[in-house]
Design a protein around this ligand. Structure first.
Ligand SMILES: NC(=O)c1ccc[n+]([C@@H]2O[C@H](COP(=O)([O-])OP(=O)(O)OC[C@H]3O[C@@H](n4cnc5c(N)ncnc54)[C@H](O)[C@@H]3O)[C@@H](O)[C@H]2O)c1
Ligand SMILES: [Zn+2]
Length: 356
C-alpha cells in the first residue's frame, strides 16, 4: 500500500500579508493575470495594488460559476495577455476556477482567499459545476497551488457566515479521514492516508471545538485574535491537507447530493457539509452523546442542524431519496465508508438528523 501526502508549495497567513504579496511570488514570473472575485474591486483593490507594486499584471473579474465555459474564457484571456502567473483572489469558486485555468495554461498559480469559507485554497482539485450551479465533476490537477496566501485582516472583516461555513467544511474532515483510514481508501492525493494526514484531521476537529466560538466572536467584532488565526488555519490548511490526503467519505458525497435540490443553492458549501457530517455520524451509528456534542457545536456557531435550516421546508421522502441517490452515484466518495451504503440508508439518516 502506497501512502501519499500532498500540499501547496508555500502557505502564508497573517494580518495584512496581502501588502507583501509581491515578495512571495516574484520568483514565479513577471506578468500575472489576476482572476478576481468582483468583491475585490469593491473592498481591497488598493491594498492589492500596493502589494503588487513591482509586478506587471492584468485583472479579470470572475463570472460567478466554476464551469467549463468560464475556465475556457479565462484560459483564452491568460493566453492573450501572455500571462506567466495566475493569481486567483476571492472565494472557493474563484479559486477553483483559477487553479483550473493555471493548469490548462501550464502556469504557476497563487491562491489568495478572501474568506475562510472552504478548504478549497490548498488542494490540487477544482470542483466543476454546470452553468446552473449543479455539481458536475471533480477536476484532479497534477499539483497543488504554488503559493497560498491568506490575509486574516480581510477574513476577519468579511461576513461572519463565511468563517462559520468554513468551520462546517472543516468539521467533516476528521470524520471522513477516520472512515477512509478504516478502508485504507485512496485519497485525492493518489494514495492511502499517512499518519500525518490523519493527525492533521484530528487537530482540525479539536481546534474547531476549542476555538470555534471565540473565533466567531472575533469575526463579529472584525478583529484578528489568536483564536481567529487558529480557525482560519484549521478551515484553510488543516482541513485542506486533511481532506486531500486523509480522504473523503460520506459527508461530501451527501453534500453533492444536496446540490440537486434548488432550495439548497442559497446555502454555502460548508453549511451543507456540516449537516452532511451529522448524517455520516448517524450512518456510522456513533455514540449519541458524540452526535449531540457535534450538534451543540453546530448550534453554538450557527451551522444547520435541521432540513429547514438548509432551506428545505417542504420535506418529502421522494425528495430526500433524490438527494440520497445522487450521494450514492457511482464513483462518489460515499463508497469509501467502511460498510456498504445505499440510497435508502442515506435517506433515512438525512431524515433522522432532522428529527434529532
Ligand atoms: N477544490 C476544493 O478542494 C474545494 C474544497 C471545498 C469547496 N470547494 C468549492 O468551493 C466553492 C464554495 O466556495 P465559497 O463558499 O468560498 O463560495 P464563493 O466562491 O461562491 O464565495 C461566496 C461569496 O463570497 C463573496 N466574497 C468573497 N470574499 C469576500 C469578502 N472578503 N467579503 C465579502 N464577500 C466576499 C463572493 O463574492 C461570493 O459571493 C464550491 O464551488 C465548492 O465546491 C472546493
Ligand atoms: Zn468541502
Amino acid at each position: 500500500m502506497i501512502k501519499v501526502l500532498t500540499s501547496p508549495g508555500k502557505y502564508v497567513q497573517g494580518k495584512n500579508v496581502i501588502m507583501e504579496m509581491g515578495e512571495y511570488i516574484k520568483d514565479l514570473g513577471d506578468k500575472a493575470l489576476i482572476i478576481a472575485d468582483p468583491i475585490v474591486e469593491e473592498l481591497f483593490l488598493d491594498d492589492l495594488k500596493a502589494g503588487l507594486e513591482e509586478l506587471n499584471y492584468q485583472i479579470e473579474f470572475f463570472n460567478g460559476e466554476c464551469s467549463k465555459i468560464e475556465i475556457e474564457r479565462l484560459k483564452k484571456k491568460a493566453a492573450a495577455e501572455d500571462a506567466e502567473i495566475i493569481i486567483g483572489m476571492g472565494g472557493g469558486k474563484t479559486l477553483d476556477t483559477s487553479k483550473a485555468v493555471a493548469h490548462y495554461s501550464d502556469l504557476p498559480v497563487v491562491i489568495v482567499p478572501t474568506i475562510a469559507a472552504t478548504d478549497a485554497p490548498c488542494s490540487a482539485l477544482s470542483v466543476i459545476y454546470t452553468e446552473e450551479g449543479v455539481f458536475e465533476e471533480y477536476l484532479f490537477l497534477p499539483k497543488n497551488p504554488d503559493v497560498v496566501m491568506i490575509d486574516t485582516e480581510i477574513v476577519a472583516n468579511a461576513p461572519v457566515r463565511f468563517l462559520v461555513s468554513g468551520m462546517g467544511d472543516a468539521l467533516a474532515t476528521y470524520f471522513e479521514a477516520a472512515a477512509s483510514a478504516l478502508t485504507r481508501a485512496t485519497a485525492m492525493s493518489g494514495g492511502a492516508p499517512t499518519m500525518t494526514a490523519q493527525n492533521l484531521a484530528e487537530l482540525c476537529y479539536n481546534t474547531l471545538l476549542e476555538y470555534g466560538v471565540s473565533a466567531k466572536k472575533a469575526a463579529e467584532a472584525g478583529v484578528v485574535t489568536e483564536a481567529l488565526e487558529k480557525i482560519v488555519e484549521a478551515n484553510t490548511l488543516l482541513s485542506g491537507l486533511g481532506f486531500e490526503s486523509g480522504g473523503l467519505a460520506a459527508a461530501h458525497a451527501i453534500h453533492n447530493g444536496f446540490t440537486v435540490l434548488e432550495e439548497t443553492h442559497s446555502k454555502t458549501h460548508g453549511e451543507k457539509v456540516a449537516y452532511s457530517t451529522l448524517v455520516q455520524m448517524v450512518l456510522e451509528d456513533r455514540d449519541p452523546a458524540e452526535i449531540e456534542m457535534v450538534m451543540d457545536f453546530c448550534k453554538e456557531v450557527g451551522l444547520p442542524t435541521t432540513l429547514a435550516d438548509l432551506g428545505i421546508t417542504d420535506v418529502s421522502d421522494e425528495k430526500i431519496l433524490k438527494v440520497a441517490e445522487a450521494s450514492c452515484a457511482e464513483g462518489e466518495t460515499i463508497h469509501n465508508m467502511p460498510f456498504a451504503v445505499d440510497a435508502e440508508m442515506v435517506k433515512d439518516a438525512i431524515l433522522a438528523v432532522d428529527v434529532l
